[in-house]
Design a protein around this ligand. Structure first.
Ligand code: TXA
Ligand code: MG
Length: 325
């Protein structure tokens, strides 16, 4: 089912009235509110159960509007916006006066992006303003990649859910801090580091785990209910069977090289060999293993290049901090 014109108009009306609209993007579904309405933004934090100091991304209809939301647009940001928008890239820049501090979690910078999804773009055009939206899941849990994921997780807490089908990219946007002289990647995502470097002409530092601002101690993020354990690819089967023997209900994300291996576990998902397909499916796989009652998920990290970098980042964060040796 996909959104109709009347749905878009209704959803834009909900935003104008200070309500919450869940909407599809190419990465994951967002939980949107009028970015200039502090009360509406406060409801986003409340529904997500997210600390109010954790900033939101402002979604806009096109790169030509960027200047309306930020203090200035440095050359590098202009270049990246021109090349990658609409698309899974978020730029962090100095906050313009139009953006309330509630939206930026008190920061003097603001994250902005133009999503590459016809329903999101239609909503943004119909609404006319900026839509502040985090992923439409409860704080710390797996991001939604279908409208049903949103309905199941947030239910009546959302005023309107726009259905745009399953998300094409499947992992969140790449966040680039473009405030300083040298841009840096705060979170790997749908635009690869290699593509960014090709446009910038110099290498980028990318942290293994995200450096995005997370106040306090949050043990894990992007996490299913089941505990996630990461091992080397060749150890996945043995580790899974060992844990299953110990009485766990084990879910397995089976690496492509072992796709034909028989595994004695509770639930097995064979991971696609293409990183684009893996990224698209990742959050759905984690949700499925939860749904099938797994209490432990055994997985391995893909090679950390291209979209593999974002997948590895999410799996690491889902697994949480390693116990110290
Ligand atoms: O693909 C995406 O980016 C999705 C879709 C809905 O657009 N959105 C998303 O939002 O992933 P959220 O809130 O789940 O993650 C955004 C991250 C947060 O972890 C936040 O800390 C970071 O962006 N962020 C937002 N504003 C920031 C800022 N001014 N400086 C540094 N990090 C910021
Ligand atoms: Mg999120």
């Amino acid at each position: 089912m996909t959104a109709r014109t009347s749905d878009i108009e209704n959803a834009a009306g909900v935003l104008r009235a200070g309500g919450l609209v869940a909407f599809p993007t190419e990465t994951v579904y967002g939980l949107g509110a009028d970015a200039e309405n502090p009360a509406a933004v406060a409801r986003v934090f409340q529904v997500k159960g997210r600390p109010p100091s954790h900033p939101l991304i402002v979604h806009i209809a096109g790169a030509q509007h960027l200047g309306d939301w930020v203090e200035d647009v440095p050359e590098t940001a202009r270049l990246l916006a021109e090349r990658f928008w609409p698309g899974p890239l978020t730029l962090v820049l100095r906050r313009g006066p139009r953006v309330p501090l509630e939206t930026t979690g008190g920061l003097e910078t603001v994250a902005v992006r133009v999503p590459d999804h016809p329903v999101a773009l239609a909503l943004l055009s119909a609404f006319g303003g900026g839509v502040a939206a985090p992923s439409a899941n409860r704080f710390g849990s797996v991001s939604p990649t279908t409208a049903n994921h949103v309905r199941t997780e947030l239910g009546d807490a959302v005023d309107f859910v726009l259905d745009g089908g399953p998300c094409e990219v499947g992992v969140e946007s790449t966040i680039v801090d473009a405030t300083g002289d040298t841009p840096s990647v705060l979170r790997p995502g749908g635009v690869t580091r290699e593509d960014l470097e090709a446009v910038l002409g110099f290498p980028l530092a990318v942290p293994a785990t995200s450096r995005i601002r997370v106040p306090g101690q949050h043990p894990s993020h992007y996490a299913p209910r089941a505990r996630v354990v990461l091992v080397e690819p060749e150890k996945v089967v043995a580790e899974a069977e060992f844990a299953q023997e110990l009485g766990h209900r084990v879910g397995v994300l089976l690496p492509p090289a072992f796709a034909d291996a028989p595994v004695k576990a509770h639930a097995v998902v064979a991971v696609p060999g293409s990183m684009a397909a893996y990224a698209r499916g990742l959050y759905g796989f984690l949700r499925e293993l939860d749904q099938r009652g797994c209490d432990l998920i055994v997985a391995s990290l893909p090679v950390e290049e291209g979209l593999g970098l974002a997948i590895a980042n999410r799996l690491r964060r889902a697994a949480g901090p390693r116990p110290s040796a």
